[in-house]
Unconditional design. Structure first.
Length: 163
């Protein structure tokens, strides 16, 4: 039931130790491979309500706009706060609009909340419009709304070149 602990045993005497071949010198072991954990997604960049930006914004990350932007915005997830105003084209994988946008909206997923005010066209793959949202413009569904319009069709390009 109980076993004798070897912690309190006296150290072996010199003549009790093994008399075998000397040990090979130890080489430092190679560092163990430790797979790195996936990097945590950085928090969204926030443009505060007292910030007024004139110019285009482009990131592969997330942006939350609470202030005013006069220019185009490109992001992964774009959240437009209730006090925000955007004058320009908005392009993102996910767009959540709580504030005001004057310009085109392009997104795989576009959501207009009850406080949203959009004046411009929306090009989307999926869209949700809550009751109370204000929207003036057209809605067009595309399988790839993020790249649509970036390239002109060859016929349209030839027609423009002929002018």
């Amino acid at each position: 039931m109980f076993s004798k602990s070897k912690i309190n045993d006296p150290a072996p005497k010199a003549d009790e130790t093994k008399t075998s071949a000397p040990e090979a010198p130890r080489t430092p072991a190679a560092p163990e491979f430790k797979p790195s954990a996936p990097k945590a997604k950085p928090p969204a960049s926030v443009l505060s309500s007292d910030l007024h930006v004139v110019g285009n914004l482009k990131t592969t990350g997330d942006i939350q706009v609470e202030g005013t932007v006069e220019g185009d915005i490109r992001a992964h997830l774009l959240t437009i706060g209730e006090s925000a105003t955007i004058k320009g084209e908005v392009t993102a994988d996910d767009v959540v609009i709580n504030g005001r946008i004057i310009g085109r909206v392009r997104g795989l997923k576009v959501r207009l909340t009850a406080t949203a005010r959009v004046e411009g066209d929306i090009i989307h793959k999926t869209i949700a419009i809550e009751s109370g949202a204000h929207f003036e413009g057209s809605v067009q569904r595309q399988d790839d709304p993020l790249t649509g319009g970036a390239k002109k069709a060859p016929a349209a390009a030839a027609k423009d070149a002929a002018k």
